[in-house]
Design a protein around this ligand. Structure first.
Ligand code: MG
Length: 248
C-alpha cells in the first residue's frame, strides 16, 4: 500500500521541492554552448550548499553528482563530466534534494542556444505530457489514468514514450511505491488517495523507444541515438487537487 503523507509531511516535501526547483533553474541557466555537463552539476551544488539541503542523488548507489545531465541521445542518468554542450543540443537535467529527511525530485529539458523545430516540439510535447498526467493526479483516479493521459499527448505529437523506466512514489526515500508508468489504460492500476506523493516523469523519444544502458552502468541512451526529453515533478495528491511541490 503506497504511503500517505500528512499535511505537515507534505509541507516538508514542499521545502525540498523549492530547493530542487532552484537547482534546476540555476543548472538550466548554466546550459550554454561551451559549458561542460560538470558545470551544470557545480551550479546545482551551489544551491544545495546555500539552502543547507542534501542531495538525493549524490552517493545513491554510488552516483557521483547531484544532478543527472543527459544531452541529446541520453535519455536519463547521464553522469556530469567533460562532455561539452553545443549550440543546438538539448539537455535534460534531473535533480533531487532532501530537507529534514524528506525528498523531492524533478527534471527539465532545455535547449542549448537555438534548437531546431523537431527538438523544440519534442521538449514541448514532453512538458505537455507531464502536465496532462499531473491533471489526473487526484483522489480516486487510477495510475492507468495518468499513463493514458501522458501517452495520448506524446502519440498525438508523433513521438513515443520510453517504457523501460517509470515514475515513482517519493517521501522519506527517493523511490517508494508505487511505480508510475508513462503509459497505461484509464481505469486500470492502483487507486490514488489524498496524501500520496508521486514523482511523475515522462521520458519521450523522437525516434525508436528502445533504450540501452552504457558500460558505465548509468547512462541510458536511445539505441538509434535519436533525441530524448524528460520532464518530472513531485506531485502531492490532495483533496483540492494536484499540488506540484517542485514548481519553479
Ligand atoms: Mg524521479
Amino acid at each position: 500500500m503506497p504511503l500517505r503523507k500528512s499535511t505537515e509531511q507534505i509541507a516538508m516535501m514542499r521545502r525540498a521541492g523549492r530547493v530542487v526547483a532552484e537547482m534546476l533553474e540555476v543548472a538550466a541557466a548554466a546550459a550554454r554552448p561551451g559549458a561542460s555537463s560538470a558545470d551544470l552539476d557545480s551550479a546545482a551544488r551551489g544551491v544545495l550548499d546555500r539552502r543547507g539541503a542534501r542531495s538525493s542523488f549524490l552517493g545513491y548507489h554510488g552516483f557521483p553528482a547531484v544532478v543527472c545531465v543527459s544531452p541529446n541521445e541520453v535519455v536519463i542518468h547521464g553522469i556530469p563530466g567533460q562532455r561539452v554542450l553545443e549550440e543546438g543540443d538539448i539537455v535534460s537535467i534531473d535533480g533531487g534534494a532532501i530537507v529534514e529527511g524528506w525528498h523531492a525530485d524533478a527534471a527539465v529539458t532545455v535547449g542549448v542556444g537555438e534548437v531546431d523545430q523537431a527538438s523544440g516540439r519534442l521538449i514541448e510535447a514532453t512538458r505537455d505530457a507531464l502536465a496532462a498526467a499531473t491533471r489526473r493526479a487526484v483522489p480516486d483516479s487510477r495510475l492507468g489514468d495518468l499513463g493514458e493521459a501522458c501517452e495520448a499527448v506524446v502519440e498525438a505529437a508523433g513521438l513515443a514514450v520510453v517504457r523501460d523506466y517509470t515514475g515513482h512514489g517519493i517521501g522519506t526515500a527517493m523511490h517508494e511505491e508505487p511505480q508510475v508508468p508513462n503509459f497505461g489504460r484509464a481505469g486500470r492500476g492502483a487507486r490514488l488517495r489524498a496524501g500520496m506523493v508521486l514523482a511523475i516523469e515522462p521520458m519521450v523519444v523522437a525516434g525508436g523507444a528502445t533504450v540501452m544502458e552504457l558500460a558505465d552502468g548509468w547512462t541510458v541512451v536511445t539505441r538509434d541515438r535519436s533525441r530524448s526529453a524528460h520532464f518530472e515533478h513531485t506531485v502531492a495528491i490532495t483533496e483540492s487537487g494536484p499540488e506540484v511541490l517542485t514548481a519553479p
